[in-house]
Design a protein around this ligand. Structure first.
Ligand SMILES: Cc1cc2nc3c(=O)[nH]c(=O)nc-3n(C[C@H](O)[C@H](O)[C@H](O)COP(=O)(O)OP(=O)(O)OC[C@H]3O[C@@H](n4cnc5c(N)ncnc54)[C@H](O)[C@@H]3O)c2cc1C
Length: 381
């Protein structure tokens, strides 16, 4: 019998495989991954330094351990090259095999910054454990880090690096940190807290060139100023990996388009996690993929189950200034109402009729997370 096949062993692939095994011990299960198949929690990559964790300590289980736990065949260092949905066949750089049903859990690619200079190709991004191993090696040589992008991941790395003694400069074209997530009053507080750790802010600017200089780099910003750094880390965004699906003729938009059953435009092919666009929503976070994995495991084992997504606020891992955000959906009508608290802000995004559509909390106001979450409408009911 052809195996139920999952492409990817990130949080999406492994969580799904565990959920499948809770329901069905018999179905033949195959996982295919381009990496070494280590099970790890990706969110730890941006707070491991301050917690004193090495890349090796982030590995919770090897691929061999996972294969035994899941009673699954796991093909590591194996890249999927093409899918034939009609024939239900998957071609990799090692073999070609049939599948009964296929789940794409292939994640997202970091967006590459558009840079000139002979060091542009050496700008790092950290989106998996291999990237992180490389980043930590380079960090050991020179602790001056310039980060491109003051979004969620850029700010988390800035906090982690600065709190563990590194000299950090953050560059972002927006006039504030977390521009897409926080109203300005909340951002000021986060910026001040990170400044106290020594973070240098270069807001309202972009990097144009990265040139090699000595053992590090000289980065030229859009106002002509230059910053020297031992390494340059880009955290300017992620792009769902859609090429495999698109080449197979499956519908793709920003991500691989799936319905509430996480089914693609082919009834035997599904998508989950950072690569998926669920009813128009791209939600590259852990909670949505956990909810999705539970529903999809039921669907794949014979009980079609639509995914429900409650409002899921995101905790930003910046201990210097606690931040929780539940951004309003794109295009939501309304305005921010901002209440200053003793050490932060409680910002509600209210629709014209007064109903809550999003919120942002900093400082001790983060304690209001549960209460406000209950007021928010579900993302998918
Ligand atoms: C630094 C950082 C911090 C984060 N912090 C948080 C947080 O605090 N809270 C939160 O909710 N979210 C956080 N996120 C986001 C969260 O980690 C992701 O949403 C989640 O891990 C995505 O899992 P995934 O399995 O979809 O993708 P991935 O983990 O990227 O897995 C993709 C898998 O697909 C495989 N693959 C890709 N292409 C192929 C191919 N062609 N053939 C075979 N295999 C292939 C890869 O090898 C890999 O195994 C963070 C992300 C980062 C980068």
């Amino acid at each position: 019998m052809a195996p139920l096949t999952v492409l990817g062993t990130g949080l999406a692939g492994y969580t799904l495989a565990r959920e499948i095994r809770k329901r069905d011990r018999e179905v033949p299960l195959r996982l295919v991954t381009a990496d070494d198949g280590s099970a790890y929690s990706k969110p730890m990559l941006s707070n491991a330094l301050a917690r004193g964790k090495t890349p090796a300590q982030l590995v919770m289980a090897s691929a061999a351990d996972m294969a035994a736990q899941l009673d699954a065949r796991i093909d590591t260092h194996t890249r999927a090259l093409a899918i034939d949905p009609a024939a239900r066949r998957l071609r990799t750089d090692r073999d070609e095999d049939a599948f009964s049903q296929l789940v794409l859990a292939v994640g997202a690619d970091p967006v590459r910054p558009d840079l000139a200079g002979d060091g542009a190709g050496e700008v790092l991004s950290v989106n998996d454990l291999d990237d992180y191993r490389h980043f930590r090696q380079r960090l050991a040589a020179d602790g001056r880090v310039l980060i491109l992008g003051a979004g969620l991941i850029g700010c988390e790395f800035a906090n982690d690096l600065a709190a563990s003694g590194h000299a950090v400069t953050l560059v972002d074209p927006a006039p504030q940190a977390l521009g897409r997530l926080l109203p300005a009053a909340g951002a000021r507080q986060l910026e001040a807290a990170l400044s106290e750790l020594g973070v240098q802010w270069r807001l309202g600017l972009t990097a144009g060139r990265v040139d090699r200089a000595g053992s590090g780099y000289r980065v030229t910003l859009s106002d002509g100023s230059r910053v020297e750094a031992g390494l340059v880390l880009s955290a300017i965004g992620l792009q769902p990996r859609t090429a495999l699906a698109a080449d197979a003729g499956l519908a793709t938009g920003r991500g691989i388009e799936v319905d509430r059953w996480l089914r693609s435009s082919d009834a035997r092919v599904f998508a989950l996690g950072d690569c998926a666009q669920v009813e128009g929503l791209v939600l590259p976070f852990v909670m949505p993929l956990m909810q999705g994995a539970r529903a999809l495991a039921a669907t794949l084992t014979g009980t079609p189950t639509a995914v429900r997504l409650p409002a899921m606020p995101v905790v930003v891992k910046t201990p210097a200034c606690p931040v929780v955000v539940a951004p309003p959906p794109p295009g939501a009508q309304g305005e921010w109402r901002i209440e200053a608290t003793a050490d932060g802000v409680l910002a509600r995004f209210e629709q014209p009729d007064g109903r809550l559509a999003g919120f942002a909390l900093t400082g001790t106001a983060v304690a209001q997370k549960q209460r406000l979450s209950r007021e928010l409408p579900p993302l998918l009911d």
